[in-house]
Design a protein around this ligand. Structure first.
Ligand code: KG4
Ligand code: ZN
Length: 413
């Protein structure tokens, strides 16, 4: 179902060595393939990567702010901004050094400019605009969710159109990818994103105090604890059971879990901030409900695509990506749906599901190849904290009001 990191590493090496960067006779020692520098600062990761036109990764660097934000109990935008400022120069320099290249050999710089935290996006954009002007390079503004959606194509051939479910700390959406810059939005979250919900539940459960979880993100901590939990002990309602569209909602689920925690704290006679003895069961129930909700909305999106001919009839594909997609239980839930509907499920490895510079460089490569959205260095670009992906089809999905056949969400542990 998914590609394993080892396979990806091997693939990258093959691509890198296959690429005749230094052996083009007509150009002497000049590179034959165009190189793109990708820069990511939309949330709490400062990432950079250099990639050649074949998708060969030449060098990358990533600075994660996770440990700082875990200690402060969530992302404080001004703190994130300062950390991006402190690290961006070094991260870009490292990616260039590791790729054995310098700015004069680049063909373009691709940078996330939307959506995300304004203060964070601003750092990457300001740095990039200075950089492209200094080195007289074309600039490719990148939509962060487009980059998540296209990452899979860096790893294996996946033809358009395909269905994509993107789930992260800031987003939850279902879209049909029809081209590099051509998406149909089938569903999005009406309130918070699943990663945000998992992070908040983890904080409310004080999982940072748990010896196995102190350095894990909320989603990772919940996945780890849920492995030994009983998901049936605390039944939670799957959101939006009576709404026949593909949108998501997680705020109500968080409320259910919060009420459950308050009740259990009272029963165990402990204060908030202390670990409950039933913490693993709560983690398992929460994870199961998030997985079921994602699976059901995706099931309806697949049926909508089948009814409207939006996906190819032979070998249609569902791509699952974004930080929450690294959750194995959620992957298994989605597998139940793709097995039942005859789709193949593709998930990039966890390292490429969470934010990184590689996916931005790849999006830059895809756009460069097609000549789409490439700007001269002196064109002014603004960042956009909020930016929908593609053409909004949510009303049409809702109007279709597709009822789901029952699929037992018996997700193997
Ligand atoms: O894509 P990402 O790196 O950043 C955003 O764009 O949000 O995703 C980060 C989110 C966090 O909310 C984190 O808790 C969640 O992804 N996450 C997970 C797992 N690993 C990271 N959620 C569930 N299970 C995981 N294994
Ligand atoms: Zn992301």
């Amino acid at each position: 179902m998914n590609m394993f990191p080892t396979k990806v590493t091997i693939l990258h090496r093959l691509l890198r060595f296959r690429h005749p960067c230094w052996s083009c006779p007509s150009l002497g020692r000049a590179p034959c393939s165009r190189l793109v520098l990708g820069i990511e600062t939309s949330c709490d990761d400062t990432g950079a990567a250099v990639m050649d036109e074949t998708g060969g990764l030449l060098g990358e660097s990533l600075h994660s702010q996770k440990q700082v934000h875990l200690r402060t109990g969530g992302i404080i935008p001004t703190v994130a901004q300062q950390l991006h400022r402190d690290n961006i120069e070094r991260v870009v320099q490292e990616a260039l050094e590791r790729s054995g290249t310098d700015p004069s050999r680049l063909s373009a710089v691709a940078t996330t400019v939307k959506p995300g935290l304004g203060l964070s996006l601003g750092v990457g954009l300001e740095f990039s605009q200075r950089f492209v002007r200094q080195h007289n390079l074309p600039f490719i503004p990148i939509h962060h969710m487009e980059a998540h959606a296209l990452t899979v194509r860096m790893l294996q051939p996946v033809a358009f159109p395909f269905l994509v479910l993107l789930v992260s700390g800031g987003h939850s959406l279902l879209a049909v990818a029809r081209g590099v810059d051509d998406f149909l939005l089938l569903g999005h979250t009406l309130d918070e994103a699943p990663g945000d919900t998992l992070d908040k539940v983890a904080r409310r459960l004080s999982l940072i105090e748990h010896p196995q979880c102190s350095t894990l993100s909320g989603g990772q901590a919940i996945e780890l604890l849920a492995k030994d939990g009983d998901r049936t002990r605390f039944p939670l309602r799957t959101p939006m059971g009576q709404t026949y569209d593909c949108c998501f909602s997680f705020a109500g689920l968080r409320n259910q879990v919060n009420m459950l925690i308050v009740k259990e704290e009272a029963e165990e006679g402990i204060e908030p901030g202390t670990l409950l003895s039933c913490v693993k069961d709560i983690a398992a129930a929460t994870q199961h409900t998030v997985a079921s909700h994602l699976a059901k909305r995706t099931h309806r999106a697949i049926l909508f695509c089948k009814a409207t001919g939006l996906l190819p009839s032979g070998a249609p594909t569902l791509v699952l990506s974004g930080g929450v997609a690294s959750n194995q239980y959620i992957r298994k839930a989605l597998t139940l749906i793709t097995d039942a509907t005859g789709l193949r499920l593709l998930c990039p490895p966890a390292k490429l599901c969470t934010d990184n510079g590689v996916m931005i460089a790849w999006n830059g490569v895809e756009r460069l190849r097609e000549g789409k959205g490439i700007l001269r260095p002196y064109v002014d670009v603004s960042y956009e904290p909020k930016a929908r992906l593609g053409v909004d089809m949510t009303a049409a999905v809702k109007a279709a009001a597709i009822r789901l056949p029952s699929v037992r969400m018996k997700i193997p542990d």
